[in-house]
Design a protein around this ligand. Structure first.
Ligand SMILES: [Zn+2]
Length: 189
């Protein structure tokens, strides 16, 4: 015979025990709980005490929504710009100029380069070598408003970067955006 634990008034997560509801066929006591959000649920007391049930379901919904929002944010703000840079690289250069590890695998490209910081373009440090890990960086360019005045991507929109600076950018390309922003702010204008 199982000993019933009185859960009335006890709080677990967002749930506070209200009253005994029923005993399941397998003998588990179910209780009525009031959730912080105002919903009531009946749940197995054991599941609530173990933490596997911590709310009426609202907690899980909030976590899922946060993940979706974060994903959507990333997709809109960064992911898209990086993806477009990857596509542009493949469209503008023939297959011999882009290493297969990148042309065949966007996830790999993203992992190597990080997300594209605003006002940068994908550039090779050594133009005689193909696009691939270790030879590319996000090169800072003139701001969007300057580009709009000049027309899209004139040569003079590329901010002056020495070959040493380009090399430094390339080495740090994985830790962009902060690295690029720092380098950009320290560059002559
Ligand atoms: Zn709730």
């Amino acid at each position: 015979m199982k000993i019933r634990i009185d859960m009335t008034g006890l709080r677990y997560g967002r749930l506070v025990g209200v009253s005994f509801a029923h005993k399941s066929r397998s003998g588990h006591a179910h209780w009525l709980f009031l959730c912080d959000c105002g919903n009531e649920i009946v749940a197995a007391g054991g599941n609530v005490r173990s933490g596997s049930t911590a709310s009426c379901g609202c907690l899980h919904r909030e976590i899922s929504a946060a993940r979706l929002t974060e994903h959507g944010h990333r997709a809109r703000k960064h992911h898209d710009a990086t993806y477009r840079a990857w596509q542009r690289m493949k469209v503008e250069h023939d297959s011999s100029t882009v290493l297969p590890v990148w042309s065949d695998d966007y996830a790999r490209f993203l992992a190597d380069m990080g997300e594209r910081p605003s006002d940068t373009v994908l550039t090779r440090a050594d133009a005689t070598k193909p696009f691939g890990p270790g030879n590319c960086c996000w090169l800072p360019v003139a701001s969007r408003s300057v580009r709009a005045t000049n027309g899209w991507m004139k040569r003079r929109d590329y901010l002056p970067v020495s070959s040493a600076g380009l090399r430094a950018l390339t080495n740090q390309s994985k830790s962009v955006p902060r690295a690029a922003a720092t380098i950009r702010s320290s560059m002559p204008r």
